[in-house]
Design a protein around this ligand. Structure first.
Ligand code: AMP
Length: 189
């Protein structure tokens, strides 16, 4: 299965993507995680990405698309994958379609986790305290949400038009949200 998981920062995408990819037996491909991994190793990709991440901005499409193209071309992604945090711009949607088309593949579903904005701000502030992410300060959190609603929220209409979108209520316990995703996808938990 080839899946995309969308939702605003703090919606619980990473947690759910980990669980659901495990249930499906496909790799969890998180662009945010790949960037953070590169930042912590001090690679040139990491140094470049960090400037944008720390400001709450998106890393430019050219850099992000090349990184995803490389990751999805690896052997473990051949049977399927769960993309977490990509695509996030209209251009990335087009790039992902082109990548899949070139191997005669297509997306099966796009799951959007819907949440209340006040709730995600609370979650992100809490995560900042727990994990100390450098892009989790209050100003940056606000900017990340703004960027999401400007640039990424419109993508759901594109996927709805392609009949791929499933919206899942992201409020509730981790288990409750997983159960909703599993039911919406019609998979066994
Ligand atoms: P995340 O862990 O998914 O919230 O991503 C953390 C940060 O990585 C984002 O705020 C962006 O700066 C960057 N990032 C992750 N995915 C993308 C993407 N698809 N396009 C551009 N920037 C991204």
């Amino acid at each position: 299965m080839r899946l995309v998981l969308m939702g605003p920062p703090g919606a619980g995408k990473g947690t759910q993507a980990d669980i659901v990819s495990g249930l499906l037996g496909v790799p969890h491909v998180s662009t945010g995680e790949i960037f953070r991994h590169n930042v912590s190793r001090g690679t040139s990709l990491g140094l470049e990405a960090k400037r944008y991440m720390d400001a709450g901005e998106y890393v430019p499409d050219g850099i992000t698309n090349a990184m995803v193209r490389d990751r999805l071309s690896q052997e473990d992604c051949r049977p399927g994958f769960l993309l977490d945090g990509y695509p996030r711009t209209v251009e990335q949607v087009g790039e992902l379609s082109a990548m899949l088309r070139s191997s005669s593949d297509s997306l099966d579903r796009v799951v959007e986790l819907t949440v209340d904005v006040d709730e995600v701000v609370d979650r992100l502030v809490k995560r900042a305290t727990d994990q100390g992410r450098s892009d989790d300060t209050e100003d940056v959190i606000r900017r990340r949400l703004e960027v999401y609603f400007q640039q990424t929220a419109p993508l759901t209409a594109m996927y709805e038009a392609q009949d791929l979108l499933i919206q899942v209520d992201g409020l509730g316990s981790i288990d409750e949200v997983t159960a909703r995703i599993v039911a919406a996808l019609g998979i066994q938990s």
